[in-house]
Design a binder for this molecule. Structure first.
Ligand code: URA
Length: 218
């Protein structure tokens, strides 16, 4: 009997507009308002790829000329889950393409010494059976936050989870592949960078995404 092994799918979006916007995000001279606008635009481009397998159904529609068959998103609607705080900067870019999606929230924080992720807020349905979920976090660095978030979503019944990230590290991708082996998980990113540094930052990266989006007050 054949054994089917599910491996995490990694999709690096190779497009000149993605590369251009990402390069401006990386630049330390890019101010917060520009950073927020470019994040929003970049996420919309990533969302186009990330939703390639969004579930649809066939419907009958009437054009001014004829009756034909069309396509619409099927129920249950997808769920979009930004991971607070930095994932919030990606929400509008995602829901622009999926305006009827529901939105849940997950507050997670990384201990900057141990690099361990812990959850401080959860607002989403307990039962995600049959749901497609898009989880938003700008940086796939150590992988700890996304692994914990995706485990929670799968434990609640999500049938497939797509992580949309601006940037990934090779170490983070390897952790996701190992920790989520056999789970229906896809990662969509604009780039996989060189490495993580000793502080858990992606190199060359773009710095602290939350600080660059919202400043250092939070
Ligand atoms: N989080 C960030 O905001 N930046 C990194 O490089 C890694 C984690």
């Amino acid at each position: 009997m054949a054994v089917i092994v599910v491996v995490m799918r990694l999709h690096v979006v190779d497009h000149p507009l993605v590369a251009h916007k990402l390069s401006t995000l990386r630049d330390e001279r890019t101010d917060s308002p520009t950073f927020r606008r470019l994040t929003d635009e970049l996420v919309t481009l990533l969302a186009y790829e990330a939703t390639r397998d969004v579930r649809t159904e066939t419907v009958e529609i009437t054009t001014p000329v004829a009756v034909t068959r069309g396509t619409r998103l099927s129920y249950p609607r997808p769920l979009v889950v930004p991971i607070l705080r930095a994932g919030l900067g990606m929400l509008d870019g995602m829901t622009r393409l999926l305006p009827t999606a529901e939105v849940g929230f997950l507050g997670m924080v990384r201990n900057e010494e141990t690099l361990e992720a812990s959850t401080y807020a959860t607002r989403m349905p307990d039962d995600l059976s049959g749901r497609q979920v898009y989880v938003l976090d700008p940086m796939l660095a150590t992988g700890g936050t996304l692994v914990a978030a995706i485990r929670m979503l799968i434990d609640r019944g999500a049938t497939d989870v797509t992580a949309v990230v601006l940037l990934a590290s090779p170490e983070g991708v390897a952790v996701m592949e190992r920790e989520l082996a056999g789970q229906p998980v896809t990662v969509v990113t604009a780039a996989v960078d060189e490495r993580l540094n000793e502080h858990g930052y992606i190199v060359p990266g773009l710095g602290d995404a939350g600080d660059r989006l919202y400043g250092t007050a939070g």
